[in-house]
Write a protein that binds this ligand. Structure first.
Ligand SMILES: [Zn+2]
Length: 337
């Protein structure tokens, strides 16, 4: 390999990433439908025609077939080329950062698992157990072989901490409002993430994922409340969002120099925030009563927490922390302390 030009190796790594992405698509699809991953040729999910090899080339076939099945002309989900492309870019990024090393191989495996966990959770709010188990095993190996910043002991501690963090919160919310705050899949992902990051950095991952969840969920909650014609509730969410932005930017940019003015703002925001939270809590109580009456507490849809699955936020936060942990740490110091 060493006598090949760098650019050509990089190109091969990208193509390898595309092929792995193609495999991930199959693993996601068959994982969700419970089919065998390794055996059996790819077929169109609509018309069940088996695909010839030239219809299965990552990215190229999708572009060549203009996103349609060659047999029945059914539109092929954009998920396929997207997963292939993102996997390709991920592999290329790892190679450009760490070179042709075992570390690159490890990070590529971890990112591939992240992609699978992300897609299954977004698509069907499902985490396939063995994806999470493989992530945990890979993370332990990463520590054992000393590619990680943390020791095996810290890795084991992180895995336990991750699991119990989400399980305890879910247990408490189950007792208080009758519903789990997080799915069981989130606890399983957290085992792997704890093993990968250790307790300290896992806390940063979790904090960041809550922030990402807010950025995603609050606009959706606002739109949903307006649609249901609950204007007070919608404004409550807007105020919560505004308060978050306020605390964030004022602290980060240190805009306000005048202490009295600053205090006035803070009092104003706190009063609005209390009013908003009161509205949101009464909405949650209403939903709780409704759930009790209908007696179907398994209905995830009606949970006030489960508007969006939490797994994708965890994965995005993990990717950011995997590559930018020191930048994120200094950002947190600058913003909140
Ligand atoms: Zn077809």
């Amino acid at each position: 390999m060493s006598n090949l030009p760098y650019g050509i190796v990089a190109f091969y790594v990208f193509v390898l990433g595309l092929c792995v992405g193609s495999f991930l698509n199959v693993a996601i699809l068959r994982g969700l439908s419970g089919e065998d991953i390794v055996f059996g040729r790819s077929k169109c999910p609509k018309c069940n025609n088996k695909l010839a090899w030239y219809m299965n080339i990552p990215l190229v076939s999708y572009l060549f077939l203009k996103g349609k099945c060659a047999f029945c002309k059914e539109h092929i989900s954009f998920q396929y080329p997207l997963v292939e492309f993102i996997t390709g870019i991920s592999f290329l990024g790892c190679f450009l950062t760490y070179g042709l090393t075992l570390k690159t191989l490890f990070i590529c495996i971890i990112l591939s698992l992240f992609i699978m966990l992300f897609v299954t959770d977004i698509k069907e709010t499902v985490i396939i157990d063995y994806h999470a188990y493989i992530l945990a095993v890979t993370a332990f190996l990463y520590s054992i072989l000393k590619y990680s910043q943390i020791s095996l002991f810290q890795s084991v501690l992180g895995a336990f901490f991750g699991f119990f963090f989400f399980e305890v919160l879910s247990f408490v919310s189950k007792k208080v409002i009758g519903q789990r705050m997080f799915g069981e899949g989130d606890s399983l992902i957290a085992v792997g993430l704890g093993a990968l990051f250790g307790v300290k950095n896992l806390l940063i991952v979790i904090g960041l994922s809550f922030l990402i969840q807010c950025i995603g969920a609050i606009p959706l909650l606002i739109v949903k409340s307006f649609r249901e014609n609950k204007k007070t509730l919608a404004f409550s969410y807007i105020i919560v969002a505004f308060s978050l932005i306020f605390v964030f930017f004022l602290n980060y940019l240190k805009i306000v120099k005048n202490e009295f003015l600053y205090l006035t703002y803070v009092v104003f925001i706190v009063v609005l925030l209390i009013w908003s939270l009161k509205n949101i809590v009464s909405e949650i109580n209403m939903k709780k009563d409704k759930l009790n009456n209908e007696n179907n507490s398994n209905d995830i849809e009606s949970s006030p927490f489960c508007l969006l699955p939490f797994g994708p936020s965890l994965i995005i936060a993990s990717v950011l922390c995997l590559f930018f942990i020191s930048e994120i740490k200094s950002f947190i110091l600058k913003t909140f302390l």
